[in-house]
Structure formats: C-alpha cells, structure tokens
Design a protein around this ligand. Structure first.
Ligand code: ZN
Length: 287
C-alpha cells in the first residue's frame, strides 16, 4: 500500500503542469526566434527601409515614456505635464516651465541603445533611408544616423527668440543667470536669456510644445520617405498619438513591421508584429 501523498496519479498532476508550462515557454521562445528570423529576412530583402519610432525607443536608454503608467504623466507636479509643456504655459509661466523642463526633459547623459545603433548601421549600409522619430533626445544622431526627421524637434537645439542665436542643451541645463548679470533676480536666473551683447532675449527650446504645429518641412520629408519606402518598421509606439497613425497611411511598400512591448490595434494589419522591447529585438539581428 502506498503512503498518502504519493499517489502516482496525484503526483503526476504537478509534473504535468510543469511540463506544460515548460512547453509553453519553449513555444514562446520558438515563436520569438522565428519572428526575429522573419524580421532578418525582411531586412535582408528590403533596400529602402524607413524606421518610425516613438517613446519606447528612448525608454531603453533610460528616458522615461511620457504616457506609460510609470512615466511623467503620473508624477506629482503642480500642473499636468501636458499643461506645463504647452505653448501658453511657456509664455505665461516661463520660470515654472524651465524648472520642469530642466528636471524632466533633459537627459544629456543618455546613450544610444542597440536599436539606435542598428538603425545607424543600416543607414550606413544604404539599406535604411530615413528615421522618423517622435523623440526629442537626439539619440539617433548620437548613434550616427544622418537622415532623421524629428517630428517634435530636439532638446539639443535652442534659439534666442530675439536675435536667433543658437544655444546647446548644456547651456540650458547649467544656466544660472550669472552669464548675464550677477544681480539677476530669481526669475532671470532660472529662465535662460541670450548672452550675445546686450540682447537678453528669451531662449526657447526647438521642441514642438502642445498647442504648437509641427514643422511643415519635417512633415513633408517624413511623408516623402515613408511613401517611397519598401519596408516600414514602426517601433516603440502604440500608434495612438498624433501624427503617428496619420503618417502610416502614406506607406504603400511591401513590408509593414511593428515592434512594441505591448500589442497595438495595428498588429493584425502588419506583415510582422513583435511584442518585445525594441532594443532586445535589434540586438538579435545581423546587420
Ligand atoms: Zn539674442
């Protein structure tokens, strides 16, 4: 007689579950591997690739995603980030704008990740024609990409509104007013002002704020690139944010690929959709 608890049938249940879960894991791994192989094949076959990227491309470089649950939109500020990052807020509460901007928008130590690097390499090899990005961190250029359409501008460019003088992001980050006048008020210390001669003009980041329109030249360039591409890879965006969804309509090429951590409503219409972090996906490709 068998002691209680060692009934072979009962003992086989947990084993069966473990084996089943293991089989599922193997299946997921195989699916993921086969999807990477499919993506490799698509990239190998394509000669005019365009990459369209959203916030998810930057999160793997440590830059928080605006709209994710752990992102900026759920953090505690006196105003919602959409309000602070608006044109009217910049005009009326410039000091508050810059306080937030310096703390939450400038990630000057961030480095390109595997996705940025792979895309730069694809461009160098002549296979990728353009990167269209919603990100404002300049990481594609830092990785070596040349033809980049920055739909929302870049924190790396800042201009005096009075004389047009250029200032880099470090100037904005480190500005303390002493560049202008030692007796500057608190407002003057926190709001970056032009240091050219006696200009003192207000400096504004070349970033498209809420309530502001996108640059027509950038849009036209992005549309031209997307409409002549044979492969469009969309990564790190759920495609719900304007103008992403609108731009995808211009694609008439052979392969539409979506790479996003979570699934999107566009997955079904894509030739290939991969629900994995984009850096991980690109690190597995041979380019
Ligand atoms: Zn100036």
């Amino acid at each position: 007689m068998q002691p209680e608890g060692l009934d072979p049938e009962a003992a086989s249940i947990p084993y069966f579950i473990i084996a089943y879960e293991e089989a599922l894991r193997m299946q997921d791994k195989q699916d993921s591997q086969s999807k990477i192989e499919q993506l490799q094949k698509i990239i190998d076959e394509s000669s005019s690739i365009v990459f369209f990227g959203g916030a998810g491309v930057s999160t793997e470089s440590g830059i928080p995603d605006f709209r994710s649950t752990s992102g900026l939109y759920h953090q505690q500020w006196a105003y919602p980030p959409e309000t602070i990052l608006s044109h009217s807020f910049f005009e009326t509460k410039t000091e508050e704008f810059y306080k937030f901007y310096r703390e939450k928008m400038l990630f000057l130590d961030a480095e390109p990740n595997a996705a940025h690097k792979a895309l730069a390499k694809l461009e160098e090899k002549g296979k990728l024609k353009a990167v269209v990005t919603q990100n404002i961190d300049g990481l594609h250029q830092k990785a070596g990409s040349k033809n980049v359409f920055e739909l929302h501008g870049s924190v790396l460019r800042n201009y005096c509104r009075k004389c047009g003088a250029f200032y880099d992001a470090e100037f904005i980050k480190n500005y303390d007013g002493s560049q202008n006048d030692g007796s500057a008020s608190n407002y003057q210390r926190t709001v970056p002002r032009c240091t050219k001669d006696s200009c003192h003009g207000l400096i504004k980041p070349d970033v498209v704020l809420y309530e502001e329109g996108l640059d027509n030249n950038v849009i036209e360039g992005a549309v031209a690139a997307i409409s002549s591409a044979d492969c469009l890879i969309i990564g790190g965006t759920s495609l719900v944010v304007y103008p992403a969804a609108g731009l995808v309509r211009y694609f008439h090429g052979k392969y539409l690929v979506l790479i996003n951590k979570s699934s999107t409503s566009y997955d079904a219409s894509a030739d290939l959709s991969i629900n994995e972090p984009i850096g991980e996906v690109f690190s597995k490709l041979k380019i």
